[in-house]
Design a protein around this ligand. Structure first.
Ligand code: GDL
Length: 451
């Protein structure tokens, strides 16, 4: 079965039970069919994988599984035994099987084994027992799968490899002993996750999928990190899925998206990923359809009759918080205008320059209005999902406009911009900024050693 859906598979604060329930409805609305429970925040998914769930924990997962089944959604539970497992130790295999038996006893039949983000080195005992990490993981997973299928013949298992993207393959995808070994040794009925050329892939093309499909001996299931934001505290992604053509649909065995930590920010991510998986995808049309379906969540508090944030404002929100590799098209255009206004050392203040300036001031006013109207949302989770990012957007664009206005007055050469609203060297400082400043990046974000 071609799997399409959502994995709660990120680092950081996990979603609540109520949010997971709501996510199941979003999955249905997006015509998808799977949900994977695998928050790195559930200590028993990773660090304490050997322990059984308590009755209360088991019940919470079981209730979610029931809710998924009631909606015809395949419900997977992830287990990551990978941080400290000894693959050759029968006690570790038994611990994993006991966990699986416990979950099967509560009606959960589909599982994911996660081997992502772990050391590539095996311990000494495993070195003595296996020729490679892939051989160790494959045998451990095959044994787990055989035990699971003995309990539940229709059970599915998905395997997340340690080399789960091109950038992690050693020395590269074509020559990765790890990936070739997996392809040969892992039970062909076990599905395998793949995130594309990178952890967060700007594009995933057909040639790369043909290659990995041939090596793994099966079509991969895309673990889609396009909308994940756990790696960058300054961004959230509310734009449509992009960078994946229709031509890859026949080369994969599904797509499961691992989106933003902020639950409410994920509506467009889920809706558009579902649209992509159905084929005939058009990014702009997918965004418009998602905005229509999303707008009812933007109800303003204390309004009778009900009022909502307007479509144009929601579109602006998505344009500001668009995709990992680009802002929305209109915001990109306006950034281009701003760049050209600032591009010349001493701009000649022509009518065209002033017109460009007016466009940026217009954007500032729209962002301020959006910021203000969002404070009135009845759904506070939706408000907080975007609040820090919109705050920052408003501050920066306001600052830019002050600068442009100052420039339009023709300041003397070398004059200093009188930024009275900020304490110098106070704003956005701190340890991480200090470390970032140690490594000077070029325009493409690459580092070079400067003499
Ligand atoms: C990862 C992690 C995932 C995380 C994502 C984005 C995989 C297979 N694993 O490395 O948990 O959310 O990157 O930071 O993607």
């Amino acid at each position: 079965m071609f799997l399409t859906g959502v994995i709660e598979g990120f680092y950081g604060r996990a979603w609540s039970a109520a949010q997971r329930g709501e996510m199941l409805d979003w999955i249905v609305a997006a015509e998808m069919n799977a949900f994977v429970y695998g928050p790195k925040d559930d200590v028993k998914v990773r660090a304490r994988w050997r322990e059984l769930y308590s009755n209360a924990e088991l019940e919470a997962i079981g209730v979610l599984g029931d809710a998924a089944r009631a909606r015809d959604i395949r419900f997977f539970v992830a287990i990551a035994p990978s941080l400290d497992v000894t693959y050759s130790d029968p006690a570790d295999l038994s611990a994993l099987q006991a966990r699986i038996r416990q979950l099967v006893g509560r009606g959960i039949v589909h599982f994911v084994l996660l081997f992502d983000d772990i050391p590539r080195e095996m311990n000494q005992a495993d070195h003595a027992s296996f020729t490679s990490l892939a051989a160790a993981q494959a045998q451990f997973s095959n044994d787990t799968f055989a035990g699971l299928r003995a309990l539940v013949p229709e059970a599915e298992l998905i395997f997340c490899p340690t080399e789960y993207c091109g950038a992690f393959a050693r020395p590269d995808v074509a020559r990765s002993g790890y990936l070739w070994d997996l392809g040969q040794l892992l039970d062909p009925q076990i599905k395998v996750f793949w995130t594309g050329p990178d952890i967060v892939s700007e594009e995933i093309d057909a040639a790369s999928l043909r290659q990995i499909g041939a090596i793994l001996n099966r079509k991969p299931v895309i673990w889609e990190n396009f909308h994940a934001n756990d790696y960058d505290i300054r961004r959230v992604y509310a734009g449509p899925l992009g960078g994946r053509g229709d031509d890859i649909l026949s080369l994969i065995d599904g797509i499961i998206t691992n989106p933003n930590n902020e639950f409410e920010a994920n509506f467009v991510a889920v809706h558009s990923t579902g649209a992509w998986a159905r084929g005939g995808y058009d990014e702009g049309a997918a965004l418009e359809a998602a905005i229509s379906a999303w707008q009812p969540r933007f109800k303003l508090a204390y309004t009778e009759p009900e009022r909502h944030v307007g479509r144009e404002q929601i579109r602006l929100l998505t344009e500001i918080c668009y995709q990992p590799f680009t802002c929305g098209p209109e915001i990109e255009r306006l950034l281009g205008v701003a760049r050209s206004l600032l591009g010349v050392h001493r701009p000649e203040i022509t009518p065209a320059w002033r017109a460009g300036c007016a466009e940026i001031v217009g954007l500032r006013d729209e962002i301020r209005a959006l910021f203000d109207v969002m404070t009135e949302l009845e759904n506070r989770d939706l408000f907080y999902a975007f609040h820090p990012y919109l705050w920052e957007a408003r501050e920066e664009v306001t600052h830019l406009c002050s600068y442009l206005e100052w420039l339009s007055d023709g300041p003397a050469s070398e004059a200093e911009f009188p930024d009275r609203e900020r304490i110098y060297n106070f704003y956005r400082r701190g340890f991480t900024v200090a470390v970032q400043e140690l490594l000077k990046r070029d325009g493409e974000g690459r580092y070079h050693h400067a003499d």
